[in-house]
Design a protein around this ligand. Structure first.
Ligand code: NAD
Length: 500
């Protein structure tokens, strides 16, 4: 798709009239308490929209209707090919509305419009299509038994799935959560993030346009500690599919324990290592990937390769190439300009938090090799320039805590075993990258890394066949792939006694 001109995108942004109400039972409505949720443009500080702010009562209404629709079977028992057709039409409609989705997410959270058009929108369309195509491919099993019995195992939907999503990929995280839940036959209540809810509401609207029955996919924006908490505590909800911080992820398990022991899947934070061995070929190419792996989406990526572990022999050469490449490829600017590669951070509080980490890194003795400041030419925006620290030790704050911003930490390693030890020395376990020309090193490191996803000589590339998720404090469960669909089902064993 053409990315058009900056003026074109500003014109689209200015004429958008997004739906701002809750979507419950196929109808748009205001929140029970008439509360409002303000959304701001982090590039200008100006308001984008004022949304209805769902309360626990709205969540209960949505969960109640979702459960009723589930029991009625309007979706859960719909002919599989009809369900698939609705989802494929939804994917088509997301594609048709690509420009609107792109503008909404860019306005609300600052992501460059070019990333919306090349990653988020196509990634969401692909996720919905892939999971729709899986609908009639879910297999049960039929183990061998003695001749007096027949035993088969079914995969059935759970009921109501509550989806709680973050602001960093507003449309795509909603698609990754909602598509497998719907594909498996569940009803859904989606609670998007406070900072960026508009694309989730539009997704719900398009589900209806695609022919989805009322009340099967409900969207209730609201505060996490009110609406999100009510959803996770609701006895009508049978699974929480959560993506967000590890701190809030922990709460999901508590809420589950305090309510109906609902299933929880949690895609949480990370502090992912990129391991560069001395034999890595073409260091410029490595720098291109590694720079993209930390500064893409302003570093607001769960799998951002924020710890760069470099072998002693290549350290200085790599740092120089990295800094040069970052300067050329990532310049903060207007995210509605199709040439912009780095937008502002999501809000002022987050900008302050990221700048605070940069101050602490200097205090702890790391060397600032690049960036490290708010973008002074744009004081109204929540920008932080691409930042690189060298001389980082594993115990420093920037090497151990998730910053969720454009801050990279270079740590020296002295060989394969040491690199793996540093890489694993973290509570997180989401992703890792390995850069080497040696087949044995690549596979040995991949085997020993404690994380859910490993890339060799690439980073964050892949397709829908790749299950997305982590180990340790990065969570449990998987988005994408057939695994995401299976996680939205439950198993039933049927033992049939045969009398003759
Ligand atoms: P967050 O945890 O603050 O919020 C995520 C969602 O939880 C939001 O919808 C929020 O309203 C809701 N929430 C907040 N408090 C709640 C509560 N008490 N009860 C129920 N819901 C509550 O995360 P964020 O700042 O929106 O997103 C950034 C985080 O998300 C980072 O840690 C990032 O690594 C993580 N993330 C992980 C993945 C992954 O696939 N592993 C993908 C994207 C983002």
């Amino acid at each position: 798709m053409s990315t058009a001109t900056t003026a074109h995108w500003h014109a689209i942004a200015e004429t958008l009239v997004p739906e701002t109400r809750l979507l419950i039972d196929g109808r748009f409505c205001n929140a029970v308490g008439a509360g409002r949720l303000a959304s701001f443009n982090p590039t200008s500080g100006r308001p984008v929209a004022e949304l209805a702010c769902g309360t626990s009562e709205d969540i209960e209404l949505a969960a109640d209707i979702a459960e009723r629709r589930f029991r009625q079977g309007v979706w859960s028992r719909m002919a599989l090919r009809d369900r698939m057709a609705v989802m494929l039409r939804l994917a088509d409609l997301v594609e048709v509305n690509a420009a609107t989705f792109a503008a909404l997410d860019t306005l609300e959270m600052g992501k460059p419009i070019s990333e919306m058009l090349s990653i988020d929108v196509p990634g969401s369309v692909l996720a919905i299509r892939y999971l729709a195509e899986c609908i009639d491919k879910i297999g049960g099993s039929c183990p061998t038994t003695n001749s007096d019995a027949l035993h088969y195992m079914l995969r059935q939907p759970l009921g109501v799935v509550g989806c709680i999503t973050p602001w960093n990929y507003p449309l795509m995280m909603a698609a990754w959560k909602v598509a497998p839940a719907l594909a498996a036959g569940n009803s859904v209540v989606l609670k998007p993030a406070e900072d960026a809810s508009l694309s989730a509401i539009l997704l719900g609207k398009l589900f209806l346009e695609a022919g989805g029955p009322d009340g099967v996919f409900n969207v209730v924006p609201g505060r996490g500690d009110v609406a999100g908490k009510a959803l996770a505590l609701s006895d009508k909800v049978h699974k929480i599919a959560f993506t967000g911080s590890t701190g809030v992820g922990r709460l999901m398990y508590r809420y589950s324990a305090d309510s109906n022991l609902k299933k929880v899947s949690a895609e949480l934070g990370g502090k992912s290592p990129q391991i560069i061995l001395d034999d890595a070929a073409d260091l410029q190419k490595v720098a291109d990937w590694v720079v993209g792996g930390i500064y893409g989406n302003q570093g607001e990526v769960c799998s951002a390769g924020s710890r760069i572990l470099v072998g002693g022999k290549r350290h200085d050469e790599f740092v120089e190439l990295f800094a040069q490449t970052a300067r050329t490829k990532f310049r903060p600017g207007d995210p509605l300009d199709p040439a912009t590669t780095m937008g502002p951070l999501v809000n002022r509080a987050h900008q302050k938090k990221v700048l605070g980490f940069i101050d602490i890194a200097a205090e702890e003795g790391a060397t600032r090799a690049l960036g490290g400041e708010a973008h002074l030419e744009r004081p109204d925006g929540c920008f932080v320039s691409p930042t690189l620290f060298t001389g980082v030790r594993p115990e420093m704050s920037i090497a151990s805590q998730e910053i969720f911003g454009p801050v990279a930490a270079v740590i020296r390693h002295d060989g394969l075993a040491n690199a793996v030890a540093i890489a694993n020395d973290t509570p997180y376990g989401l992703a890792a990258g390995i850069w080497t020309n040696d087949l044995n090193s690549a596979h040995a490191i991949a085997r020993d890394l404690e994380c859910g996803m490993v890339w060799v000589n690439g980073y964050m590339n892949g397709d829908m066949s790749q299950p997305w998720g982590g180990w340790k404090a990065s969570g449990q469960g998987r988005d994408k792939a057939i695994e995401a669909l299976l996680e939205n089902t439950q198993m039933k064993s049927v033992w049939v006694t045969l009398n003759s």
